[in-house]
Design a protein around this ligand. Structure first.
Ligand SMILES: Nc1ncnc2c1ncn2[C@@H]1O[C@H](COP(=O)(O)OP(=O)(O)OP(=O)(O)O)[C@@H](O)[C@H]1O
Length: 371
C-alpha cells in the first residue's frame, strides 16, 4: 500500500504536549447500546459479555463500549476501524445525533449530555460542522445557497451570508461556481461544496463521516490534500471517521482504533505503526512501509565510545524515509538532536534495518517485530 509522506502534514501548535489540559472535547466512559432494555446492560455482568454474546443473550447491540478519550484544540483526530466497529455511532454520540446510553461528553467543559433541546440546537448550529459521505446538498438550490444554508437557519441576513459563502467557496477552490446546481458538479466538487457549507458557520469542531469513500482514488487523494491545506489555513479541530488506514495515517495527528465497539489503541501514526497494541492493529498496519511513518526517535541509539560525533544533525521527528539520504551519505553517525541536546545517533545500519527488514543475526534490532 502506498502511504503518502507524512511530512507534509501540519502539526498545529495547539496539538503540542500540554494542550490536553484543556481539551476541546472530553469523552468519558461512553456506551451506546441499541436494542430492548438497552439501559439495563451497563453496570451489570451483561456489560462484560462480548458483543456477540450480548446480542445472543439479550438482543442488544453494544455499538460503543466504554470509550474514553480527549480531543485537543486544533488537532485532526481520526476514528478508524472496520465496518461495524462503532465509528459512526461513537462520533454521532458526541453531537447527540445518537443518544448515548451512559457516559460523559464535554465540549469546552460544558456537559453536552445535560443540554436541553434548545441548547443542543445552538451547539449544532454554531459550534459543530458536519461533512458526510453523501454530500447532503439541496438539489434545487444553487451552490451559493447551499453554502449559505447554515447561516440562513441561524438567521444571518442575506448580504452577510452570501459574503461569507463566497469567501469559503473561494477557500475551497470553487470561486466561479456560485450559480451552479449540485448535479452540474463532479463528486469531488460536490464534496468541496459540502466542506464549504460546513466551514461557512465557522464551527469549532468539524466532523467528517467517511466523507471521501464514494470518490474515486485520485479525487479522494486530492480531497485529502485539501483537508490538510484547509486545516493548515483555518486550524479547526477536526474529527474524521475512516476505515482506510492510509487516509488515517495521512490526516491524523492521532488515531483512535475501534473494534467491536471498544477502543483498541489510540496514538500518533508512528505509535500505531511502530507499536501496534494487538494482533488486530498489527494486521491493519502490516502493509505500511515503516520507513514512511516511523521517525528517527524510533531507531536512534546511544553513541558508542569512540564514535565520531561531528556528523550532520537531524530532529527526532524526522520521518525515516526523509532522513535516509542524509544518513546513507554521511559516512559517519548522524546526530539526533533536540535544541542543544544530543538524543542519540543513527547510522546506515539502523536505516537499512527498517527498510530491508531485521538483520537475521539481530532480530531485536529496530526493524524487528519485537520493537
Ligand atoms: N440504529 C441502530 N440500531 C441497531 N443497531 C445499530 C444501529 N446503528 C448501528 N447499529 C449497530 O452498531 C454497530 C456499530 O455500527 P456503526 O455504524 O457505528 O459502525 P461503523 O464502524 O461506523 O460501521 P460502517 O463503517 O459500516 O459505517 C453495528 O453492529 C451496527 O449494526
Amino acid at each position: 500500500m502506498a502511504v503518502p509522506s507524512l511530512t507534509e502534514k501540519s502539526t498545529p501548535p495547539a496539538a503540542a504536549a500540554g494542550a490536553d489540559d484543556h481539551p476541546i472535547l472530553d469523552v468519558r466512559g461512553l456506551w451506546k447500546i441499541f436494542g430492548p432494555r438497552a439501559d439495563r446492560v451497563v453496570g451489570t455482568p451483561l456489560a462484560e459479555l462480548s458483543r456477540a454474546e450480548l446480542k445472543h443473550r439479550t438482543g442488544c447491540v453494544a455499538a460503543v463500549r466504554d470509550v474514553s478519550f480527549s480531543v485537543r484544540r486544533g488537532e485532526v483526530f481520526v476514528v478508524m476501524g472496520l465496518s461495524g466497529s462503532g465509528k459512526s455511532t461513537l462520533v454521532r454520540c458526541l453531537t447527540r445525533l445518537v443518544e448515548p446510553t451512559v457516559g460523559e461528553v464535554r465540549l469546552d467543559g460544558e456537559d453536552v449530555l445535560a443540554c436541553g433541546e434548545r441548547r443542543l440546537r445552538e451547539l449544532r448550529r454554531h459550534r459543530f460542522g458536519m461533512v458526510f459521505q453523501h454530500f447532503g446538498l439541496l438539489p434545487h438550490r444553487r451552490v451559493l445557497d447551499n453554502v449559505a444554508y447554515g447561516l440562513e437557519i441561524r438567521g444571518t441576513k442575506k448580504d452577510g451570508r452570501y459574503e461569507r459563502a463566497r469567501e469559503v467557496l473561494e477557500l475551497v477552490g470553487l470561486a466561479g461556481f456560485e450559480g451552479s446546481y449540485p448535479d452540474q458538479l463532479s463528486g469531488g466538487m460536490q464534496q468541496r461544496v459540502g466542506l464549504a457549507r460546513a466551514l461557512a458557520v465557522d464551527p469549532e469542531v468539524l466532523f467528517f463521516d467517511e466523507p471521501f469513500s464514494a470518490l474515486d482514488p485520485l479525487i479522494r487523494r486530492e480531497m485529502q490534500n485539501e483537508v490538510i491545506r484547509l486545516h493548515r489555513e483555518v486550524g479547526k479541530t477536526m474529527i474524521f471517521i475512516t476505515h482506510d488506514l492510509s487516509e488515517a495515517l495521512k490526516l491524523g495527528d492521532r488515531i483512535l482504533i475501534m473494534r467491536d465497539g471498544a477502543l483498541v489503541q489510540m496514538g500518533t501514526p508512528d505509535q500505531v505503526v511502530g507499536a501496534p497494541a494487538d494482533d488486530y492493529v498489527r494486521d491493519f498496519v502490516s502493509d505500511v512501509p515503516r520507513s514512511d511513518v516511523l521517525t528517527l526517535s524510533w531507531i536512534m541509539r546511544d553513541a558508542r565510545p569512540g564514535e565520531p560525533l561531528d556528523g550532520p544533525e537531524l530532529a527526532p521527528d524526522t520521518v525515516i524515509r526523509d532522513a535516509a539520504r542524509t544518513v546513507l551519505s554521511a559516512g559517519r553517525p548522524v546526530k539526533v538532536v533536540s535544541g542543544r541536546s544530543l538524543l542519540g545517533v543513527v547510522t546506515t545500519a539502523e536505516i537499512l534495518e527498517v527498510i530491508a527488514g531485521p538483520d537475521p543475526g539481530n532480530p531485536d534490532g529496530p526493524g524487528g517485530e519485537s520493537r
